[in-house]
Ligand binder design. Structure first.
Ligand code: FPP
Length: 242
């Protein structure tokens, strides 16, 4: 259920981790150094969100469009991701549920198998869920769900009228997650960049000029304070009971 009262904590926060390249350039470092530092920030923010009582966090780590980047950069991002998968083996003790959003079939078998295994092993945890979007695109997410719905109508006892909002949400990569309450995008740009298009329908949007590697605990706390001051109406009028 979404929060309509102002003052409450967001249940689900999504992050677009933008600005790694510029962070590195400002320091005369290669872009990949920015991604490495961005990876440290990702860990710091995930931990802090959990400590703040947030239940769901989702990070945009690699988009369906990011494959167009120079091979050296794609390889470096895959290496960071692969290292994280190894490290995430220890997350059971943190009682964190891990979910990987996106088409896993593009990754080497060993990597995709690790993702599936981590998802399976952590499924029992419900206090805190960390989702990582890799090879993810919002349009791709909606398309794959539409294809699945069409297949279900063809192969099962299902009619197009059965496909309502709730049913369709269950076919998205995010089927285990509630809609996004707060979307945070550091790095100066003010756009969604094909991230969680369906799931952000009523999200509050928070943009910051701070580059992702510098977006520390304080950045997260400021964004949560901003959210607490919002009045969410979901298309209704102010003060009406829903
Ligand atoms: C966008 O910034 C960032 C990315 C495409 C990659 C995000 C990945 C990480 C932060 C590393 C994730 C690591 C783990 C362990 C999951 P940009 O490089 O486009 O920034 P720019 O606009 O300044 O060039």
């Amino acid at each position: 259920m979404n929060n309509t009262e102002s003052g409450g904590l967001p249940s689900h926060i999504a992050f677009i981790m933008d600005g790694n390249g510029r962070w590195a350039k400002k320091r005369g470092l290669p872009r990949n150094a920015g991604h490495k530092k961005g990876g440290d920030t990702f860990r710091e923010i995930a931990r802090h969100a959990k400590d703040c009582g947030i239940k769901y966090v989702t990070f945009f780590a690699f988009s369906t469009e990011n494959w167009k980047r120079p091979k050296e950069e794609v390889d470096a991002l895959m290496k960071l991701f692969s290292e994280y998968l190894d490290e995430a083996e220890n997350y059971a003790k943190d009682k964190t549920r891990l979910i990987f959003l996106g088409d896993k079939s593009i990754f080497p078998r060993e990597m995709s198998a690790k993702m599936v295994d981590l998802e399976k092993k952590s499924k029992q945890f419900s206090d805190f869920t960390l989702s990582l979007a890799v090879n993810y695109g919002g349009k791709d997410d909606i398309l794959q769900a539409a294809r699945r719905a069409a297949n279900l109508c063809r192969d099962r006892d299902l009619t197009p009228q059965d496909i309502d909002e709730r049913f369709f949400s269950g076919l998205l990569y995010t089927s285990a997650l509630p809609d996004v309450d707060l979307l945070i995008r550091p790095g100066g740009e003010r756009r969604l960049s094909n991230f969680l298009l369906w799931q952000c329908a009523y999200a509050e949007l928070y943009f910051s000029d701070i580059l992702w590697p510098d977006f520390g605990k304080k950045g997260l706390e400021t964004a949560i304070e901003y959210y607490k001051g919002r009045n969410r109406r979901f298309g209704n009028v102010q003060g009406a009971a829903i």
